[in-house]
Design a protein around this ligand. Sequence first.
Ligand SMILES: *[C@@H]1O[C@H](CO)[C@@H](O)[C@H](O)[C@H]1NC(C)=O
Ligand SMILES: *[C@@H]1O[C@H](CO)[C@@H](O)[C@H](O)[C@H]1NC(C)=O
Length: 386
Amino acid sequence: MNSFSRFIPLAALLLSTRALGSSDEANFQAWSKRGDAVRSAMQASIRTSWEQGTAAGAILEWNDPEYSVFAPNPFVSNGQFPLDSLQFAYSAAVRQTPDGRLSQNINDALDGAALDGASAGSVVLMGTFTDTDRATYWENAADGELNYVLNVAPRTSTGAISARDDSAQYWSDGVYMGFPFIAYYGAVKNNGTLLQIAYDQCRLYRDALLIDGPTGKLWAHIYDDSTSSWIDEGIWATGNGWAALGMLRVAVTIQKSSFCSSMTSQVSDLLAWVKEILDGEFAALGSDNLLPDYLTGGPNFGDASSSAALASVAYRAAKLYPDQFGSNYTDIAANIRDAVLGGVTNLGTVSPVVNPLVWTETGLLSTEAQAFTLMMLSAWRDWIGA
Ligand SMILES: *[C@@H]1O[C@H](CO)[C@@H](O)[C@H](O)[C@H]1NC(C)=O
Ligand SMILES: *[C@@H]1O[C@H](CO)[C@@H](O)[C@H](O)[C@H]1NC(C)=O
């Protein structure tokens, strides 16, 4: 980049912040430059199916927000081609295993996850109405994934869809991985049965994982229904983040669907369950303005990953449901946001973060932390109306 082209964006930035004239918006413009580095570090780090889908969701909100479920009318084409999101969707569909799981065909397809592939399901289904030349391709890929989660994945004794393919287990992250896709499919195809299934699955997961914690009821991490025993009974902040992200998306998807008026009690349950997580987690915020990795059952180092996830939830909830999520949520989100963005390194990596595979240790690079940070920036942008 020569010095002239380096100068232009800076000048444009100064002009645009002046034109916007609000300190919130100027603050956003300043930090959003960092979002580009956070995004490229995310793309550079993708390895697994859940990372593919989570990154796709973050890209959708950041680059193609008119098609995220938080947009006013997300389930039809508005003429825009969501290139960035469809590139992620395409990689997920090309790496679909024959059983239907998206993004799974890596490492000899031995990944034992049952729900993770579905995290890319919504952007794949979005291809049917935004990239109509490939509509059949996208449709087949999305149908294969839906068939897998509904008819192939193991079930627990209550009928919950297992997070693993070889046993019946509840993992709190499954609420983000699987259920927003089932809801999205229902909204796009006008299928109320699927919207109800998405709600029921969130409810069944909460019933199984909710425990008493030091700051209220929160979600434990992993329960094995096959052996009736905990694999991780700790209150892991990122697991609570996944659950809140997933339930908020299911609630908003139901509300944007044609079944909105007949499913108000489901939406209010989901919002109450999101609030329960925000209240319990935010009450545990550390003096570093980050959430502890574990509230119980594990180490309590400050973790920017879960912190960004839950700050994004707070901004979204406050924007959509201001009566229920007042300024006490966004005030905390702002403190978290500054702590998370202040910790981004010169490589664009979010730090400090929990290792996504070893939950009791910090790690150097976490695709999900990168994605959560983009979700937080996108939610903040929507909240201030920038
Ligand atoms: C809704 O989806 C379910 C699951 O795929 C299917 O069995 C059912 O026939 C669909 N209902 C309608 C009305 O399309
Ligand atoms: C925000 O305030 C409401 C109403 O007083 C309260 O119920 C809730 O626990 C508070 N939440 C947080 C995160 O401060």
